[in-house]
Design a protein around this ligand. Structure first.
Ligand SMILES: Cc1ncc(COP(=O)(O)O)c(C=O)c1O
Length: 384
């Protein structure tokens, strides 16, 4: 049977991984500055992570959500403690899109309203309600087109207020840091005013921390660089370090009833074991602080490089924008220097490494990045 390729493929077959490295089937080692798209939080194949999931599998792997699963409470307790949102309720599901879908549904139930405000360059997933509030017409099928989605410019609080004033908006959804859109950090003032205006006009504020959360920005959630308390916070990616798990943190003012949100696989034993291991490792190895330290180092070094148009981000969520297309830079990094990076559109290199990236690895990346830039510059001068 022919496979459907989700994305165009690199001709690389990883077969082994550890920490911030992956190895291909020819034994070549790659430094992973992409983290499998911001998913690898505590490092590949961490021994604590492996043993926690393996031990759980020896006991019980699955039962439905109709019985008590103490691992869910253990995960909720640890998450509450590490994030500072202990008073919130945790709904567990399987992916980022599913977390956002449930958050928007809950907001609509709770307010009795239909509209959702989201922002230009935003991405919230590929399923029905969340794809309709994602700013990419190419992935919105006719079935998903709806007047309920209102996509506005980020940081334009006046326009947002004009829409909220109509009092028909169930939710405003915004990424803690826009990822796929090119690493844009919302203005802290904008987020603070947005939070206040949502309260004033009876709309709920949903912080999509699926990419920017779980320590990546140097705080547990990126919005914690401000003082806001969102109505809901959505998570996935780094939460399971590769094991599919997502979640919605729900403000105690909201009272979802039984049956409003449901799932077969969400909160299963193995996903909880993965989630608990991630939080244990994050705490023991102080990975949020590490993301801040190595991230600040990278941001400073990258900003000083010639030929770079702009460097944006917080912690280990970094965008490096160039005037020229970045494809040759990424290809050279990958195939010659054996370093994985991500991109965002044609002009931005995106760094989303494991939060365990060491200063030595960060320094190594900067050296190789400079080398690649200078080689490409010499080459393009020769062509000129
Ligand atoms: C900010 C954001 N929200 C939602 C999603 C969707 O997550 P998933 O692919 O797990 O459905 C993503 C995925 O890249 C994302 O970056």
């Amino acid at each position: 049977m022919k496979l459907f390729d989700v994305y165009p493929l690199f001709d690389i077959t990883p077969v082994k991984a550890g920490g911030c490295y992956v190895w291909d089937d020819a034994g070549t080692r790659y430094l992973d500055l992409y983290g499998g798209h911001a998913v690898i939080s505590v490092g590949h194949s961490h021994p604590v992570y492996i043993s926690k999931i393996s031990e759980q599998l020896q006991q019980i792997g699955f039962y439905s959500n109709s019985v008590k699963i103490p691992q869910q409470q253990e995960l909720a307790n640890k998450l509450g403690q590490l994030s500072g949102f202990d008073a919130y309720q945790l709904f567990l599901c399987n992916s980022g899109a599913e977390a956002n879908e449930n958050a928007l549904k809950l907001a609509s139930f709770a307010t009795g309203r239909k509209k959702v405000i989201s922002f230009k360059k935003g991405f919230h997933g590929r399923t029905s309600a969340v794809v309709s509030v994602t700013d990419n017409p190419k992935i919105i099928a006719p079935l998903n087109e709806t007047d309920n989605a209102v996509i506005l410019p980020l940081n334009d609080i006046k326009t947002v207020e004009n829409n909220l004033k109509k009092r028909d908006v169930a939710a405003v959804i915004v990424e803690g840091i826009q990822g796929i859109g090119g690493i844009h950090v919302p203005d802290p003032d904008f987020l603070e005013q947005l939070s206040q205006l949502c309260k004033q006009y009876g709309s709920l504020l949903v912080l999509d921390e699926i990419q920017s959360g779980y320590g990546r920005s140097g705080k547990f959630f990126a919005f914690q660089h401000t003082k806001i308390q969102p109505d809901m916070i959505t998570m996935a990616k780094g939460m399971g370090n590769g094991f599919p798990i997502g979640g919605v943190l729900i403000n105690p003012d909201l009272k979802p009833w039984h049956g409003m949100l449901g799932t077969t696989f969400g909160g299963n034993y193995l996903a909880c074991a993965a989630g608990i291991a991630v939080l244990d490792i994050m705490e023991q190895e102080k990975l949020v602080a590490n993301a801040k330290k190595t991230g600040n180092f990278l941001l400073e070094k990258l900003s000083g490089l010639s030929g770079v148009k702009e460097v944006r981000g917080q912690g280990l969520m970094i965008g490096i924008e160039f005037e020229e297309a970045v494809k040759p830079i990424r290809q050279k990094l990958l195939f010659e220097e054996k370093i994985f990076t991500g991109v965002s559109g044609a002009h931005i290199i995106r760094l989303l490494p494991p939060l365990s990236l060491t200063m030595d690895q960060a320094t190594y990346f900067i050296e190789k990045f400079e080398k690649v830039l200078s080689e490409l510059r010499v080459h393009s001068n020769e062509i000129d």
